[in-house]
Design a protein around this ligand. Structure first.
Ligand SMILES: *Cc1c(COP(=O)(O)O)cnc(C)c1O
Length: 347
């Protein structure tokens, strides 16, 4: 069966005409034009004008970096906005459902609840791998989206190409691959497979490897058709001027980003090595991300002890399959040394 986006888009969204903002009407602004169309304050201060609603300059830099055309890119106020737009475009409240695979990123569940969308949750295996047969078995006529987080948060592992392929090819709805941590992974991004799979959506972010969690910039890559739908429903000025400026500066210095990624990966392996010497750490899960999940004797106790020493980590013990686990973000070498010191002191 061929994938048909028209069957996936909500009826009200299919009919919707995008709001046309003042700045949408002029494609090419030239220096000597007079702009009296948007009720802005005319005195220049760097941010007195509305930002470019299409974020063309940022998209061109991303396009160059990732090899994806700009009309296959949508930007949002963090991945969280991008994911919310996907829910709102494709999932009919109280009718449709989405599938995700715990333990995973909490926002899929929050956004489903917020949008009044039912969820089918299929646990990963004990070693945090996709259970393909069970996942595909959970699909109903009302299933619109399967979310795969790879590398997965909080487990840290990336899923194999083979497993992801089985889901993307075995499901007639949309598959969202959340690649927030892909820059730390030895596994390939699925970006270059976009042309092959019309039902594929890939989300990335500037919040992790790019070091820009504070500016809130999430990125969505998909077919032109999917991006066109999302563009129609996004708030016109969802990415502000300061964010666009800072993103451009950073994307132009990608070598600095690469340098930081290399340092974080080096720190990750030294952290893993040091964790092996902590006797109440019984398991260090393999990581494709900038954090490490560990199993300890008593996660609540160890968490409280670390807080007392001024170190904040994430206790994941209440998550499915994560009993007595802690998630440790890789910091600077000084920070990681403090963590290891503290872990030794509380033995
Ligand atoms: C951190 C994270 C994100 C990033 O969200 P932003 O809103 O872009 O900051 C997305 N997905 C996962 C799985 C994450 O852990």
């Amino acid at each position: 069966m061929k994938f048909d986006l028209n069957k996936i888009v909500r009826e009200n969204i299919a009919k919707l005409k995008a709001y046309s903002s003042a700045r949408d009407e002029f494609e090419e602004a030239t220096a000597n034009m007079v702009f009296l169309d948007a009720n802005e304050n005319p005195f220049q201060n760097g941010v007195n004008r509305y930002p470019d609603p299409k974020q063309q300059n940022v998209k061109e830099l991303l396009s160059e970096l990732k090899g994806i055309p700009t009309d296959q890119i949508l930007l949002g106020n963090g991945s969280d906005e991008v994911l919310d737009l996907i829910f709102r475009a494709f999932c009919e409240p109280k009718e449709d459902n989405v599938i995700f695979l715990p333990p995973t990123y909490g926002m899929y569940g929050v956004l489903a609840a917020l949008n009044n969308i039912e969820t089918n949750e299929v646990l990963l295996s004990e070693d945090f791998d996709i259970r393909v047969k069970e996942t595909l078995k959970s699909v109903t006529d009302a299933s619109k989206i399967i979310f795969l987080c790879s590398p997965n948060n909080p487990s840290g592992n990336a899923f194999s190409e083979e497993k992801i392929k089985a889901i993307v090819e075995g499901f007639q709805g949309l598959v969202v691959i959340d690649e927030a941590y892909i820059d730390f992974s030895g596994s390939e991004s699925w970006l270059e497979k976009l042309t092959q799979y019309p039902n594929l959506i890939i989300t990335q972010t500037l919040s992790k490897a790019f070091g820009m969690a504070g500016i809130r910039l999430g990125v969505c890559y998909a077919s032109e058709e999917i991006i066109e739908v999302l563009n129609r429903i996004k708030p016109p000025y969802n990415v502000n001027e300061l964010t666009q400026q800072r993103a451009k500066e950073r994307l132009l210095k990608f070598d600095e980003v690469q340098d930081e990624i290399a340092r974080i990966l080096q720190e990750r392996s030294s952290l893993e090595k040091n964790l092996e010497n902590i006797d109440y750490v019984s398991k260090i899960y393999p990581s494709d991300a900038n954090f490490v999940l560990v199993k300890v004797d008593d996660a609540n106790k160890r968490y409280d002890q670390l807080i007392e020493k001024g170190i904040v980590i994430r206790n994941r013990t209440t998550q499915a399959l994560c009993e007595n686990t802690l998630r440790l973000t890789v910091g600077t070498s000084e920070e990681n040394e403090k963590l290891i010191e503290a872990l030794k002191e509380i033995e």
